[in-house]
Design a protein around this ligand. Structure first.
Ligand code: PMP
Length: 452
C-alpha cells in the first residue's frame, strides 16, 4: 500500500493521532503479513527488521500499522524522531521547501538552509570556540568525514576506537565498529590503521573513570603511539554497544590526553545528540568539549541528514572539493532540521527528555529491585536501558532479552535491544510521548519480563 492509495480509514500521522495502544489483530496482522512476504521476495535478506508490521502512520508516541493496530513507540526509529513523528512544524517546513526546490547540489549552487543548519550546529555544539560544519546524509558518512578531516589536519593516519563501539556499516565505520555479528562478519577486509582500546564499562569492569582512562591510554601509547595518531573517536554514551555510560572522569581524562598529544578528539553523538540525553549533546553531561562532533538521527526528525561540526582550524584543513557529496545537506532535509532545531529550542524537548528519563529509571529500578535478572538500569535523559543477566553468574542473558522484546512487540509496544552481548533493552521514546502512554508501555515490559 502506498500513501497515495491508503483507504480513508488510515489516519494521518502526527501528534493528533489517537494516543493509545490498540490491538485489533495479532502482530503481524494479515495486511502486514502481505507486505512482509513481498519484502522477503524483493528486498535483500541482509536488510532485517525488528517489528513485523507495515507502518502507515506515526506521531506523538505511537506507530499505526496497516491492520489498524496502534503500537506504543519506545524506539523512535532508533533515536531519530526525537521531536515526534510528523511534527507539524517539520511537515510544514518540508512541504514549503519541496515546492520551492528539491535539489541544486550545495557544491554547485549553495542555498540558505544548509548555511543556516551549519550556523545552528556551530552555535549549539559544546564549546564557544570558532566552529565550522559540513553536512552529509548519514551517521556513517559523517564519521568517515570526521576521520578524513582529522587525518588531513594532523597529517597522521591512525585512529583509535573503543570496545563496544558502533560507528556505522561503511568500510571505514565497520572497521571502527567493535561487534562482528551482524555488522562486520564476512564483510572484510576492513580499513587499516584502526586500533581498539578498552572503554569504561562500570557494570562489567568495576573500574573508576580515571583507572579506565589510564588503562586505555597505556594501550594507546604502547600499541599505537601518539605521534601516529590522528584521532580518538568515541560515543559519549555508547549506543548499539549497550547504552554504556562511562564512569565519571573517564572522558575528561581521554580528552586531556588528546589535547596534550595534538590528537583530534571526535565525539560521535549520532545517537546521543540532539536532546536525547537530557542535554543538547551528551558531551555536556561529562563536561567535555570535543574537537569534532558527528551528528545525524535526531537532527532532522527523520529526513536523512548528518554533520561534522568542530574547531574551525581543523574543519578548514581540507582543500576545496575534498569534502561533500551530491546530496549532502539536501535542502529538504535541511528545512526539516531547521524546524526540528527550532522545536528543540522552543518547545521544551530537552527538559522533556529528563522528565521521561525519570519515569523510565524509576519504573525500571523498581522492577530491578524485585527481579535480579535486571543487572543494571542505566542511561541519561530519555536514553535509558536495562541490562539482563543470569542472577547466579552475572553472565549476559541474551535469550531472556530477546524473549522480553519479542513479547513486548506482540503486545503492541516497540522496544529495541542492543549490546555487544545482545542482553540490553534500550528505551528511546519520542520526546512527544505522553506520560500515560510511557507508563502503559512499561507495564507491558514488566508483564513480559514476569512471564519470561
Ligand atoms: N554512530 C552512532 C553512534 C550510531 O548510533 C549510528 C547509527 N546507529 C551511526 C554512527 C551510523 O549512523 P547511520 O545509520 O545514519 O549511518
Amino acid at each position: 500500500m502506498s500513501v497515495t492509495d491508503l483507504p480513508p480509514t488510515v489516519p494521518v500521522g502526527g501528534p493528533s493521532l489517537p494516543q493509545e495502544r490498540r490491538l485489533v489483530s495479532r502482530i503481524p496482522g494479515p495486511r502486514s503479513e502481505e507486505l512482509l512476504a513481498r519484502k522477503a521476495a524483493a528486498v535483500a535478506a541482509g536488510v532485517g527488521h525488528t517489528v513485523p508490521i507495515e507502518a502507515v502512520a506515526a506521531g506523538g508516541g505511537v506507530v499505526v500499522d496497516a491492520d489498524g493496530n496502534s503500537l506504543i513507540d519506545l524506539g523512535s526509529g532508533i533515536a531519530v524522531t526525537t521531536v515526534g513523528n510528523a511534527h507539524p512544524a517539520v511537515v510544514a517546513a518540508v512541504q514549503a521547501q519541496v515546492a520551492q526546490f528539491t535539489h541544486t547540489c550545495f557544491m554547485i549552487s549553495p542555498y540558505d538552509a544548509y548555511v543556516s543548519v551549519a550556523e545552528a550546529l556551530n552555535r549549539l555544539t559544546p564549546g564557544d570556540h570558532a566552529k565550522k560544519s559540513a553536512l552529509f546524509n548519514s551517521g556513517a558518512e559523517a564519521v568517515e568525514n570526521a576521520v578524513k578531516i582529522a587525518r588531513k589536519y594532523t597529517g597522521r593516519s591512525a585512529v583509535v576506537a573503543f570496545d563496544h563501539a558502533y560507528h556505522g556499516r561503511t568500510n571505514l565505520t565497520m572497521a571502527l565498529t567493535a561487534k562482528s555479528m551482524p555488522y562486520k562478519s564476512g564483510f572484510g577486509p576492513f580499513a587499516s590503521e584502526v586500533y581498539r582500546a578498552p572503554v569504561s564499562y562500570p557494570f562489567r569492569d568495576g573500574l573508576t573513570g580515571p583507572e579506565a582512562a589510564r588503562r586505555a591510554i597505556s594501550l594507546i601509547e604502547k600499541q599505537v603511539g601518539a605521534d601516529n595518531l590522528a584521532a580518538v573517536i568515541i560515543e559519549p554514551i555508547q549506543g548499539e554497544g549497550g547504552f554504556i555510560v562511562p564512569a565519571d572522569g573517564f572522558l575528561p581524562a581521554i580528552v586531556d590526553w588528546c589535547r596534550a598529544n595534538d590528537v583530534v578528539f571526535i565525539a560521535d553523538e549520532v545517537q546521543s545528540g540532539f536532546g536525547r540525553t537530557g542535554a543538547m549533546f551528551a558531551s555536556e553531561l561529562f563536561g567535555i568539549v570535543p574537537d569534532l562532533v558527528t551528528t545525524a538521527k535526531g537532527i532532522a526528525a527523520g529526513l536523512p541528514l548528518a554533520a561534522v561540526t568542530g574547531r574551525a582550524e581543523i574543519m578548514d584543513a581540507s582543500h576545496a572539493g575534498g569534502l561533500g557529496g551530491t546530496y549532502g545537506g539536501n535542502p529538504i532535509a535541511c528545512a526539516a532540521a531547521l524546524a526540528a532545531i527550532d522545536a528543540f529550542e522552543h518547545e521544551g524537548f530537552v527538559d522533556r527528555a529528563n522528565d521521561l528519563g525519570r519515569i523510565l529509571v524509576d519504573r525500571l529500578t523498581a522492577l530491578q529491585s524485585a527481579d535480579p535478572r535486571i543487572g543494571e538500569v542505566r542511561g541519561r535523559g530519555a536514553m535509558v536501558a536495562a541490562e539482563f543477566v543470569d542472577p547466579a553468574t552475572g553472565e549476559p542473558d541474551a535469550a531472556l532479552t530477546a524473549a522480553v522484546a519479542k513479547a513486548c512487540i506482540a503486545e503492541g509496544v516497540i522496544v529495541l535491544t542492543c549490546g555487544t552481548y545482545g542482553n540490553v533493552i534500550r528505551f528511546l521514546p519520542p520526546l512527544s510521548i505522553g506520560d500515560e502512554l510511557l507508563h502503559e508501555g512499561l507495564d507491558v515490559v514488566a508483564a513480559a519480563l514476569a512471564a519470561a
